[in-house]
Design a protein around this ligand. Structure first.
Ligand code: NAD
Length: 423
């Protein structure tokens, strides 16, 4: 029985597994390679799959992408990386291109783990195929850009087999300083938390041009500025801070009011370039969130602050990360960086307090596979995505939107192009 079949038989065969050594119960010895197939060979996908290769037992054996140039660049990168790690180059038969590449990758018996790093609009469709294949899945945030996709993702969550592990790319939770402050907050170091404040001030990204690209290809390559493809900056980018707030409060917002707009950006796209959102959580706790994504200066600052009856927590991407009040605490390396001194990284390779976020996220995911203590993070990912969608809808509609309003509206975005033209 090969490793894939072994995984797929999962619990159905559990009764016959008692003779096996614990390390092989889920098909992987702790030191055997997990064969990774990367779907979406762009900035983030390449960075994360490289980090998996360097920091875990995962080995990139397959690549898939809509566009040939991205697949070629991915192959050159991972052949070089594999060679430097003493591993084989990628077999040509495990290179998949075009709009059905995700299905071909999902049906490959040579892949144990699918890493989904495509633009947000496609995440849920790709997640569905990956989960149905029985493979492990690492899916970038957001899990869905509208209510229809989020609802579909929750159905997919119910199809994950016990032996399958599915992670969502909220790596900030795994950053050692943030994990450490989270432990203290969850143990009650702040007392009753009554107010939260968050921010994500990022520069604009650069336009991606490609010779001969028509309007649809241009949109796909510049998906970040396109509401349907990205979900807008609140759902696509700011979600990291809103996810941290939900996670640390152990709750999701009940309603939101918001303003914002597109005041600076003049290039292609319909995403807003700034937001001000006021979320209300249970207990009348207010989370005031502010963001912008424009300008070419290097200013980059993101973080979250929580204020409680016994103390306050300051959790910036860069700068002192600490708790003040009755139980003061500071991350020991925090003094080495100035607040807001971080450098923006389009591929999420942040420094300072997030320096080891990806490494530790990927290790924890691979551990979940090798130990058999599998994850299913889809529902939590959906909750954070819906929280952002609620803020977005409140902004677009210029009125308060409750969680129930959002779900009842059932908002749906259309892609508005046919991917088969890229077959
Ligand atoms: N966690 C983080 O910190 C972080 C940081 C950056 C990006 N991201 C997320 O990672 C994802 C990718 O972002 P990116 O910056 O790498 O974008 P990118 O444009 O650099 O890469 C996307 C890749 O997907 C390919 N692609 C597009 N549509 C496809 C399809 N239908 N099928 C197969 N391949 C397709 C593109 O050709 C491209 O190679 C996004 O969801 C983004 O939100 C997360």
């Amino acid at each position: 029985m090969n490793r894939r079949l072994f995984l797929q038989t999962g619990t159905a065969a559990a009764s016959s597994l008692f003779l096996l050594k614990p390390l092989t119960v889920f098909g992987y010895a702790a030191n055997s390679a997990i064969w990774l197939g990367l779907l979406g060979c762009g900035n983030r996908g390449t960075f994360v799959a490289t980090s998996f290769s360097n920091n875990t037992s995962a080995q990139v054996v397959a690549l898939a992408d809509l566009f040939a140039d991205k697949l070629d660049a991915g192959r050159a990168h991972f052949d070089q990386l594999n060679a430097s790690l003493g591993r084989a180059p990628i077999d040509s038969k495990l290179l998949f291109r075009g709009p059905h590449a995700f299905e071909q990758l999902a049906s490959s018996p040579d892949v144990d783990l699918i890493q989904i790093s495509t633009p947000p609009f496609f995440h849920v469709r790709h997640l569905e195929a990956a989960v149905a294949s029985g493979k492990h899945v690492y899916c970038e945030k957001p899990v869905g850009i509208d209510v229809r996709q989020a609802t579909q993702a929750l159905k997919i969550a119910g199809l994950v087999k016990p032996a399958q592990s599915v992670d969502v790319g909220f790596q900030c939770r795994s950053a050692p300083p943030i994990a450490a402050v989270a432990d203290r907050i969850k143990a009650g170091a702040l007392g009753k938390i009554a107010l939260a404040s968050g921010y994500y001030y990022a520069p604009a990204s650069k336009e991606k041009t490609h010779p001969g690209a028509g309007p649809d290809e241009y949109r796909l390559r510049n998906w970040l500025w396109d509401r349907a493809l990205s979900g807008d900056i609140l759902v696509e980018q700011n979600i990291h801070i809103i996810d941290l707030c939900n996670w640390l409060l152990g709750a999701r917002p009940l309603k939101a009011t918001a303003t914002g707009g597109r005041n600076i950006l003049t290039h292609y796209g319909d995403c807003w370039d700034n937001y001000q959102v006021d979320f209300t959580y249970p207990g009348d706790l207010h989370f005031s969130f502010s963001s912008k994504q424009f300008s070419s200066d290097s200013l980059f600052d993101a973080g979250l602050r929580l204020f409680g009856s016994a103390g306050s927590a300051s959790i910036p991407y860069s700068g002192p990360l600490r708790i003040t009040g009755a139980q003061p605490w500071a991350w020991q390396d925090a003094a080495s960086t100035a607040p807001g001194s971080g450098r923006f990284a389009p591929n999420g390779a942040f420094s300072d307090n997030l320096a080891f976020a990806d490494r530790d996220k990927e290790r924890s995911f691979i551990d979940s596979i090798t130990s058999g203590n599998t994850h299913n993070q889809i529902a939590a990912g959906v909750e954070s995505a819906l929280s952002c969608m609620m803020g977005r809808m409140a902004g677009y509609r210029h009125r308060e939107v409750t969680w129930e309003n959002l779900l009842a509206h059932g908002e749906t975005y259309q892609l508005g192009l046919n991917l088969d033209q890229f077959a």
